[in-house]
Design a protein around this ligand. Structure first.
Ligand SMILES: [Zn+2]
Length: 409
């Protein structure tokens, strides 16, 4: 029996520091003055111990395709799409696997052990990306739980042949059905796109995670259609919309109704602040690219935040650290208090876990011992300093992220 003891842990829901005793990968006791006679004792020195982070929106197939630079001169969305098409045409299974594995491992280093990887399914790259990502998932299964989304990035009707590929992707082992209704030319086809995604999901009893209304066009209204469909198809709580940007460009009366519907549908919204802030060139004043985060949170809709892209045709930067994009969320949604820092911390932990429908998540007796020691005393300090951390999975230390600055004079 392998044991582990974490001393002096600051849990988010308790004032006093506690010890956490782990046995055979499970949390068996939480309390004060716990003892263990082995050298597997870590002192958290009153720093945060929180469940490992969850990143529900990460394009692991595209990651690092821009590692040697993003060559676009104009930096427009159209240019980004062209860059991504060119790199997709050149995918090999080995190349995708290598980059996807790297994206997973980099995320683990920052304490993310639950990842939903979105994988392009289209007639440009075919199923090569999925093959590579399935291999990466298998190769990293000891350090991370990975779900793969079959994502019709180029549309389904706009890219004939994709419908068949989506079914094949699910047969090959994709876990979640994705889509991008705004990629279709006509509103009518966007709706058919959503219908088809539900049809596929129901056939495989799979959850749905689509990129929805990732546009500044207020007439892009697939969000409410999808939310209503979630209710009608008995899919409440199982559907996630990524970005949902157009909601911010609709008038307040319309948006209010949509937010109400999202709440009724137990809908999840995943907001990815980095890529949308940088992608596409605006006139001044430049957009933040965010949906109505504060209104959704206030209405009780489950809102998460995620990395989305790391160093690809859409976004040159991105580290995979949830505290990086969490901090950007604070800036963009203008969350500027210690209490709202907690809201952001929920977005990168529990709210994301809800999207992946993880049971057994959180620091509780009986749960799997997946947690991070974060060297900060509270959530706002964690976001402000994005400090070093120790990553534990099933009661074993699997990664150390060290960060130290030395003042020299
Ligand atoms: Zn995305």
């Amino acid at each position: 029996m392998e044991n582990l003891l974490i001393k002096n842990a600051k849990l988010r829901n308790r004032e006093e520091v506690v010890d956490i005793l782990v046995s055979d990968g499970k949390i068996v006791s939480i309390g004060e003055g716990l003892k263990l006679d082995t050298d597997k004792v870590f002192d958290a020195y009153g720093n945060l111990v929180t469940p490992t982070f969850v990143d529900t929106h990460l394009h692991i197939d595209k990651a690092y395709t821009a590692f040697y630079g993003r060559s676009s001169k104009e930096e427009t969305l159209e240019e980004s799409i062209k860059i991504m098409h060119d790199s997709k045409r050149n995918y090999t299974v080995e190349d995708v696997q290598k980059r996807a594995e790297r994206a997973i491992k980099e995320s683990v280093k920052f304490g993310v052990t639950k990842i939903r990887g979105h994988v392009d399914i289209d007639t440009i790259g075919g199923l090569t990306a999925l093959e590579g990502c399935l291999k990466a998932k298998e190769a990293t299964k000891d350090i991370a739980d990975v779900q793969l989304v079959a994502f019709a990035q180029e549309g389904i009707f706009r890219d004939p042949g994709t419908e068949e590929l989506m079914y094949t992707a699910m047969d090959m082992g994709a876990d979640v059905v994705g889509g991008m209704p705004a990629a279709e030319w006509m509103m009518d086809e966007s709706r058919k796109h959503v219908d088809l995604v539900f049809e596929i999901a129901k056939k495989y009893d799979a959850d749905i995670d689509m990129h929805i209304d990732q546009t500044k066009d207020p007439l892009a209204q697939s969000l409410e259609y999808t939310a209503l469909k979630s209710i009608k198809e008995d899919y409440k709580g199982r559907v996630t919309g990524g970005h949902c940007t157009s909601l911010a460009y609709q008038d307040d009366a319309h948006a209010k109704k949509v937010v109400e519907l999202l709440k009724l549908a137990d809908f999840n919204v995943c907001v990815n602040p980095q890529v949308l802030a940088i992608m596409g060139v605006d006139s001044e004043p430049r957009t933040r690219g965010l949906t109505r985060v504060r209104e959704l949170v206030e209405a009780g809709v489950n809102v998460a935040t995620a990395q989305d892209t790391i160093c690809d045709g859409f976004h040159l930067y991105g580290t995979g650290d949830p505290l990086d994009y969490g901090l950007l969320m604070a800036y963009q949604a203008q969350y500027n208090s210690t209490s709202s820092a907690k809201i952001i911390y929920d977005m990168i932990t529990f709210n994301s876990a809800k999207i992946m429908r993880l049971s057994d998540y959180g620091i509780k007796v009986g749960n799997t011992a997946d947690f991070n020691i974060i060297f900060a005393k509270n959530e706002s300090e964690a976001l402000r300093t994005r400090p070093g951390r120790l990553v534990f999975r099933k009661g074993k230390l699997i990664a150390k992220y060290e960060k130290e600055g030395i003042f020299v004079n």
